[in-house]
Design a protein around this ligand. Structure first.
Ligand SMILES: Cc1cc2nc3c(=O)[nH]c(=O)nc-3n(C[C@H](O)[C@H](O)[C@H](O)COP(=O)(O)OP(=O)(O)OC[C@H]3O[C@@H](n4cnc5c(N)ncnc54)[C@H](O)[C@@H]3O)c2cc1C
Length: 427
């Protein structure tokens, strides 16, 4: 095969990965006086696109606010379903808990949206943004660090080319090439669990209620979807998941019914199923020389608490905030988007939120995976106590809403071009 050298371009920021988190960052940066290149291996309309796939995402109120700041929330909200109550129960035990938006003084606890819809909205808005170049399909195959810039090698249909950037953002998912090439190590804990996802039509329509049911085989989440359907996220051992994936529809529905119970009446029909092996990936740092690491490249979480994208979106909003400060402090010509000081500010700001959410999610997985009878009994008691404690519910609701800790401008509903001390109301 002939290799064509298609030349090189230089920019302030190169984002590797235009998935959920990378595309969100690109939109955030579009309001700043920075030249940005987004490099994505698989275009959004491709059925094999790994980020905008068959999954649905539970979006926190904080994420909805960030997406509104990016100008895409109205389009996403058209097909999203609000969650106003979350019912948590433990099969075979008396304990259960209800978290209600009204009790928390909120209109909704969050929203459920299809990844494909979120991706379509983000990419539609990316088109035609000044100072932003989208390269897709284009795969980054090598990363070379220099004192003044980082050089990326791109494989495209037209040949091999180079992008030189003052700052490279690793938004290329849990297996991040950029993270590895930058010398940042990552740990991976295989949970030995697989999530089976399917859209199911139940007999009883219960709009706006999400269910989280813990069973001996693993947790089952039922998230509200349009037209009275629910999205099932059924976590099982890899062997059980393989069995469940192979079942005919009627047998699949009967097995799910036995595991979940009859709270939604009879489970009538099911659409296609998808399986995702689950692991916790954790980068040892949020940055390296001229590299920022965000989204799944920084931390890939178990979906038990539905927080992976919400956390990654806050990575993106925070990086955009730090870059906005740098643009306000310096004239455009002198902004060094990849300076050591800027990256240190970003990494320090992200430490607490990352640690809290990783610990919370991993703790939940371990607590509810435990087969030991005393722990299961304590867990049931914990649910009862939790249900009786408005303080515990309020703390959990705050943590999962994305409004805890120090918030970047976009999460406060403030434009990035405003000075950093500009305050906005936070519910
Ligand atoms: C079953 C399941 C359910 C989930 N539910 C929720 C939920 O309810 N709420 C929630 O907040 N989160 C949820 N998550 C987590 C969420 O899906 C992820 O956190 C999110 O997809 C991370 O997005 P990302 O853009 O960082 O990475 P990815 O989605 O992995 O995207 C990475 C992108 O980079 C591109 N790429 C990779 N390598 C290269 C390269 N070398 N060159 C160019 N491009 C490249 C890929 O093509 C891809 O588009 C769930 C996850 C799973 C598995």
């Amino acid at each position: 095969m002939t290799t064509v050298d298609a030349g090189w371009v230089s920019c302030d920021v190169a984002i590797v990965g235009g998935g959920l988190v990378g595309a969100s960052l690109a939109l955030a940066l579009a309001s700043l006086p920075l030249t940005v290149v987004v490099i994505e291996a698989v275009p959004p309309e491709d059925p094999t696109q790994p980020s905008f796939d068959a999954k649905t995402t539970a979006l926190s109120n904080g994420s909805a606010r960030i997406l509104a700041g990016l100008g895409v929330w109205d389009e996403i909200a058209r097909d999203a379903t609000a969650i106003r109550q979350i019912h948590v129960s433990d099969r075979g035990h008396f304990g259960s808990a209800l978290i209600d938006a009204k009790e928390q003084g909120l209109a909704a606890l969050g929203f459920v949206a299809e990844n494909r819809r979120i991706g379509a909205a983000l990419w539609r808005r990316l088109q035609g943004m000044p100072r932003l170049q989208v390269r897709s399909p284009a795969t980054v195959s090598a990363v070379t660090s220099h004192p003044e810039y980082v050089s990326l090698t791109l494989q495209e249909a037209k040949g091999v080319s180079q992008v030189r950037a003052r700052l490279v953002v690793a938004a290329d998912g849990a297996q991040s090439l950029v993270r590895q090439a930058s010398g940042v190590e990552a740990t991976r804990v295989d949970y030995q669990q697989t999530a089976v996802i399917a859209k199911v039509l139940p007999e009883r329509r219960q709009d706006a209620i999400a269910y989280e049911r813990f069973t001996a085989e693993g947790p089952i989440a039922m998230l509200p979807a349009p037209e009275g359907r629910v999205v099932v996220v059924w976590t099982l051992t890899p062997e059980a998941a393989a069995r469940v994936m192979a079942l005919p529809d009627a047998v699949f529905l009967a097995s799910l019914q036995t595991a979940f119970g009859w709270r939604l009446g009879r489970l009538v029909s099911v659409a296609e199923r998808h399986a995702y092996p689950l692991a916790l990936t954790q980068a040892s740092a949020s940055s390296a020389a001229r590299v920022a690491i965000i989204g799944n490249a920084a931390q890939g979480l178990h979906p038990i608490a539905g927080q992976g994208f919400n956390l990654g979106l806050r990575d993106a909003a925070t990086l955009a905030d730090v870059l906005a400060d740098a643009c306000l402090e310096a004239s455009t010509e002198t902004v060094d988007a990849g300076s050591e000081a800027l990256l240190q500010r970003f990494a320090a700001w992200r430490t607490r939120d990352r640690r809290l959410l990783i610990g919370f999610t991993d703790g939940l997985v371990r607590l509810f995976a435990s087969p030991f009878a005393p722990i299961r009994a304590l867990r049931a008691l914990g649910l009862v106590l939790f249900d009786l404690s408005p303080i515990a519910k309020s703390a959990l609701s705050k943590l999962s809403s994305g409004f805890a800790g120090r918030l970047p401008r976009l999460a406060r509903g403030v434009a990035l071009t405003r000075p950093p001390d500009q305050k906005a109301s936070v519910p």
